[in-house]
Design a protein around this ligand. Sequence first.
Ligand code: NAD
Ligand code: ZN
Ligand code: ZN
Length: 347
Amino acid sequence: MKAAVVQAFGKPLVIEERPDPEPGPGQVRVRVEASGLCHTDIHAAHGDWPVRPTPPFVPGHEGVGLIEEVGDGVTHLTVGQRVAVPWLGTACGRCEHCLSGWETLCESQVNTGYGCDGGYAEKMLAWADFAQPVPEGVSPFAAAPLTCAGVTTYKALKVAGVRPAQLVAISGVGGLGHLAVQYAKIAGATVAAIDVTDEKLELARELGADLVIDARTQDPAQVLRGHGGAHAAIALAVNESAFTAVNSGLRRGGKLVMVALPAHGTINLPIFETVLNGTSVIGSIVGTRQDLAEVFELHAAGRTRVIHETRPLDTVNESIDEVLRGRVRARIVFDLDGAAGAASAER
Ligand code: NAD
Ligand code: ZN
Ligand code: ZN
């Protein structure tokens, strides 16, 4: 099988021929149909974060495909079934986090495409208990971005406790942000979308943003304060100053939800304003299996649009460059078996 491999941090990925992986007990082997390119895969390939993966590894945590073999003890999934393989590859199932519905905080978790090989491959392994069945009516090319970009922003809005009539700032309208705008609208909020390219701002409007802020020419904090301040700001731009800008645009009692993970990122948090204004800063990491099930249900019900373009896996290095240059409309999805045919825009 073909796989795109990080052999060394910061070097181009190498397309390799590898033997098909064999599922162990509790695992399944998936023939990957579609695999999204999340900005996290780029951080992984660059070794950007304090905890690094160990090369060689196959990135990718938006892999979707059909089960072709089940390992010992797997009884609830069957050959031929379509599943998504998210960042949360597996967790212990016994710790306080796992037992309280916060398996995303489990200290024994293994992350797909980081702690084990991921979806930039024709075949991949998944732990059956964490492989999410994809409902009828959701194509693999839509399911792929939902598997990380969707569940992560859906969860970020949940932890922000967004309610109707609130003003929500979505900072960064990329793979994550284009879905965040839609979940914020579904929650009933007034949405201010912030980005630095005309195309992204236009896309945000098309997806329902009430207000768009061009961070190249406008100060997001000032614009948000001009509207009374944001009740919640979801920080999705891979840029530290964008975090500071939306934090300053919160209204009293507002919440900054940190999601993007710029390399070695830190922000300067003014203590006086944070205390006097009663604002909160919350970190949010992906979402649980239940969150992903809800994300798929919403899409199956026609409530979200996944904007994506499909590419062959061989384009992985050019595709990464385009994401870094902000040239991608929302999400690139690798087409692992040619099923998408010519580049499709949306499904
Ligand atoms: P992306 O590259 O598709 O999107 C980033 C967007 O930010 C782009 O549209 C870009 O134009 C915009 N941007 C850049 N500078 C900006 C600025 N100053 N102000 C406003 N917008 C700006 O990336 P993505 O795949 O959406 O991922 C975003 C980040 O989220 C990455 O750091 C990724 O690692 C992280 N992430 C975190 C989680 C989590 O669970 N916390 C999950 C997935 C991804
Ligand atoms: Zn656990
Ligand atoms: Zn991701």
